[in-house]
Design a protein around this ligand. Sequence first.
Ligand SMILES: Nc1ncnc2c1ncn2[C@@H]1O[C@H](COP(=O)(O)OP(=O)(O)OP(=O)(O)O)[C@@H](O)[C@H]1O
Length: 317
Amino acid sequence: MTAIIETRGLTREFSIRSGLTRKKLTAVDDLTFSIDAGEAVGYIGANGAGKSTTIKMLTGILVPTAGEVKTCGLHPVDERRRLARHVGVVFGQRSQLWWDLPVAESFTILAAIHRLSPERERERTSELIEQLEMGEYLETPVRQLSLGQRMRAELAAALLHSPQLVILDEPTIGLDVLSKQRLREFLVQERRTHGTTLLLTTHDMGDIERLCDRVLVVDHGSLAYDGTLVGLSRTVGAQRVMVVDLAEATADLVDVPDTQHLGSESRGLQQRLAFDAEQTTAAKVLAAVSERVEVLDLSIEEPDIEDVVRRVYAASR
Ligand SMILES: Nc1ncnc2c1ncn2[C@@H]1O[C@H](COP(=O)(O)OP(=O)(O)OP(=O)(O)O)[C@@H](O)[C@H]1O
């Protein structure tokens, strides 16, 4: 396996003001990990845990205080321009498009920056336009796009040069359910067809569940967990919650196997059942509920990422 990202003892300190004096803050602390080509990794942690600082060091924006980092086999700070050919970065909160230009023109400029051949530019642009369903707004200036449309354009811009590694910082923040789903489906597809490596920070457990096969949890700049999502659920016992809308007012469903009844509303017309994905499946829970009463609708609540992170921290301390 080829490592796409490799860090050893990676550390970054900041000098911050504290009253009249200055003190040292260690944002990333002796971080060692490696990510192989083709992996999709979620990088999660509480606010201020050190995620953005890590990403900035991986991409050469920040110089480490100590330790080593290699991204796509390159030294991010010394070889930043070469690295830009291999990496695409998407920041949910910041745009890399030209605000007053139509989307299509931004792509043309980026293709020139990346020196894509006219043929390659045509091929890749049409692939991205089709997959991200951007045809309708290619001639619209970026500032007039909805957030969902803009994020699709941001993704296309970051992936235009077919980077080996895509780093996404909160890619679905503020998006509605449909836009999130579209964006995630696109990333899954991109990874499947091109073997792209993904590293993403997120506060949305849905991003992790749909996209990642590995999770790194960072706590005060150090790794608190490195493993699969299933392993993470096992470590913290994260439960999922099924919300069922029932055809008739029903007594609390306290006897559904492998579930815990969390509560009922509207005289039992809506009920919430928690279950552990290790013990049962949503389909089995639904089948058991349907034996008792007709189910009109259901939804599954995502585990709360903040809660998962808190539990990992507690377990690792
Ligand atoms: N330029 C800076 N100068 C001083 N302190 C900084 C700087 N950048 C980050 N920090 C501090 O380093 C720590 C880690 O910040 P970082 O932005 O990496 O966290 P994060 O995990 O990305 O948080 P969030 O989820 O809120 O974006 C925080 O305590 C932050 O205040």
